[in-house]
Ligand binder design. Structure first.
Ligand SMILES: NC(=O)c1ccc[n+]([C@@H]2O[C@H](COP(=O)([O-])OP(=O)(O)OC[C@H]3O[C@@H](n4cnc5c(N)ncnc54)[C@H](O)[C@@H]3O)[C@@H](O)[C@H]2O)c1
Length: 380
């Protein structure tokens, strides 16, 4: 029997992305799957129902049928208890689960004996690159961050020579040059700004320079496990603060993207640094979701402190829902190649390294140890 895949309309407030786009539905249907898409699921992202219909999907208005009849449910956000309710035991759910922040939802999936895969847990190995939702969505977030900064900035970004005088280019500083930071740098360069980038991983230097930006060098290399950053020592933090303070004071737009997996975002911009910025300067804190890289950031808000506008946007990829969904769907299509057999049924052996790492709940237990520990410690 061919696999039945369901794609609901996202129910989280403000979420405009959709898990599958028509192009990917077409490929899955061609491969033998039957796909049901909830009425209007793609509309907020710019994908009307007709496109899904033409791609071979069934449009389903009844949510209980959608969730209850599926072998696999594909989502962007973790399923709510209402969504898990109709699912039968063994239903596979794939989404960005943000497990440590959604322990109650994880517990609900465990109790419903749902098989949940968390896309944020995919190992960052070469074979998983085409499935890497964190990277694709960070690309979107980095691009949008520069546009948010440019929109709030009272200055032009490029240098202009006009009859009304010469305009000097704006200075953009990007703290954290991972996937999002590099995209923010590239976008600011395209807009003609003078750009500086900084990261604790020295390997980022070459990438920053290759985009035509200056890399701020510190005598620290804090590359930790798996190519991610490690936490800095206190002495290293002081060196970093002095260098960052100088660069922040000279910037028109500061974009912060620094993150350490599984931890609160590191504080890079303190209040005295904000006070020393130029009037009208802007900070866009992409780390707002995990507490922020600036002490004054208010997640989800835009505040003006010491004459500086500080934006702490949440769920930034949802602000560019068409391409964010397209990339997310392509990532899912690639992930599904591991979950589907040649006969078009779901695999039951999850020993593949990628499946094993991203398996969150199965057979009534939480399989991801750190999440299980948090739940056992009373988190849900
Ligand atoms: N499949 C793969 O092989 C794969 C996939 C994605 C990313 N990566 C690599 O992993 C690395 C980071 O990825 P990410 O963007 O998802 O990371 P991330 O979102 O966890 O962090 C963003 C950036 O913040 C930096 N950072 C942390 N603390 C900092 C501090 N105190 N000051 C300045 N910067 C700080 C990190 O080094 C990182 O570059 C990159 O090198 C990327 O190329 C590999």
């Amino acid at each position: 029997m061919s696999v039945r895949i369901s794609v609901p309309r996202e129910s989280t407030a403000g979420e405009r992305r959709v898990a599958l786009v028509p192009e990917v539905v077409r490929a899955l249907v061609k491969a033998g799957a039957s796909v049901s898409v909830e009425t209007g699921a793609g509309v907020p992202a710019g994908f009307p129902d007709d496109g899904y219909r033409e791609a071979g999907a069934t449009i389903e208005a009844n949510r209980a049928t959608l969730f209850g009849s599926a072998h696999a449910v594909l989502k962007v956000q973790p399923p709510t208890p209402d969504e898990v309710g109709p699912m039968g035991p063994g239903t596979v759910v794939v989404a960005l689960m943000n497990a440590s922040r959604n322990l109650d939802r994880v517990a609900k999936m465990r109790d419903a004996r749902v098989t949940a895969f968390a896309l944020e847990l995919l190992p960052r190995i070469t074979r998983a690159q085409s499935m890497d939702v964190l990277s694709s969505q960070a690309t979107v977030a980095g691009y949008r961050a520069t546009l948010i900064g440019a929109g709030l900035c009272p200055k032009f970004l490029p240098m202009l020579t006009t009859a009304a005088g010469t305009i000097r280019p704006a200075k953009v500083l990007v703290l954290g040059a991972g996937v999002a930071g590099l995209m923010a740098i590239a976008t600011a360069r395209r807009l003609g700004a003078l750009v500086e980038g900084y990261d604790v991983r020295r390997a980022a230097g070459e990438q920053v320079r290759s985009l035509g930006a200056k890399f701020l060098e510190l005598a620290i290399n804090a590359e930790g496990a798996g190519g991610y950053a490690r936490e800095l020592t206190d002495a290293e933090k002081q060196q970093e603060a002095a260098m960052v303070a100088k660069a922040v004071a000279e910037a028109d737009i500061v974009i912060t993207t620094a993150a350490i997996p599984g931890r609160k975002a590191p504080i890079l911009v303190r209040e005295e640094m904000v006070a020393a910025m130029r009037p009208g300067a802007v900070i866009v804190d992409l780390a707002a979701e995990t507490g922020g890289n600036c002490v004054l950031t208010r997640p989800g808000e835009e505040v003006v402190v010491h004459g500086v506008t500080i934006s702490g946007p949440l769920n930034v990829p949802s602000q560019l829902p068409f391409h964010a969904s397209q990339m997310f769907a392509k990532n899912l299509q690639s992930f599904l190649t591991l979950l589907l057999t040649k006969e078009g049924t779901l695999v039951t052996d999850y020993s593949d390294e990628i499946l094993a790492a991203s398996l969150l709940t199965a057979d009534g237990t939480v399989r991801h140890r750190p999440t299980a520990d948090l739940i056992a410690a009373g988190g849900a």
